[in-house]
Design a binder for this molecule. Structure first.
Ligand code: S3P
Length: 195
């Protein structure tokens, strides 16, 4: 991307900033929703949780979609909801948290690249993620068996590492993670670095 002198000086939240969407990716339990909400407040941007959008569009919970129609149907709903959301990005600025499987699907990665979203990988160890999900009452259809959970984590990690920014969340507070993301966005933008 060509960066003009004016773009280089523009703060990430400024009106002249070309950045329209920040998308948090990572495995179940990474903290995408809580960090996303905090980051949205910090930047003054609207926060959207993609799973909530899917549930509103489909009028049932993620777990119900998995149960009644299966994972492939959920992936279709997830892709449709993401496409619809990214079409709105031209008009406003969004912080988006996507479910753990969204950034593992090439069709979603292509959508995100096309919309020039800034993708942020929230990283943590499989042990930590398993533990965090256990403390969370949210029903997660793909968090049943610990061995399968770890295998899925390993199979997706290389994809997550393709995100533009990588943040280690171990031992950090949600508010500190949000601040770290905001400052890495400013740094990235002021260096004009694009992947
Ligand atoms: C999934 C993660 C969930 C949700 C669905 C599938 C996955 O979101 O989208 O249960 O494939 O990893 P969280 O990552 O917010 O738990």
């Amino acid at each position: 991307m060509q960066t003009s002198r004016q773009d280089v000086k523009a703060p990430v939240t400024g009106r002249d900033s070309p950045l329209r969407a920040v998308v948090l990716v990572g495995f179940m339990g990474a903290g995408k929703t809580s960090v996303g909400r905090e980051l949205g407040q910090h930047l003054g941007w609207r926060f959207v949780d993609l799973d909530d959008r899917i549930q509103a569009r489909e009028r049932c919970t993620v777990a119900e979609i998995f149960r009644s129609s299966g994972e492939e149907e959920f992936r279709r709903a997830e892709h449709d909801a993401l496409r619809e959301l990214l079409n709105q990005v031209a008009g406003e600025r969004l912080v988006i948290a996507v479910g753990g499987g969204a950034f593992a699907r090439p069709e979603n990665i292509a959508l995100l690249e096309k919309s020039m979203a800034m993708t942020i990988f929230l990283d943590a160890s499989a042990d930590e993620l398993w533990r965090r999900c256990g403390e969370d009452p949210a029903e997660r259809p793909l968090r049943r068996d610990e061995v399968e959970f770890r295998q899925l984590y390993e199979s997706r990690r290389a994809r997550y590492l393709e995100a533009k920014v990588h943040i280690d969340t171990a031992g950090k507070q949600v508010s500190d993670i949000a601040k770290e993301i905001a400052s890495s966005l400013r740094l990235k933008q002021s260096s004009g670095k694009e992947k």
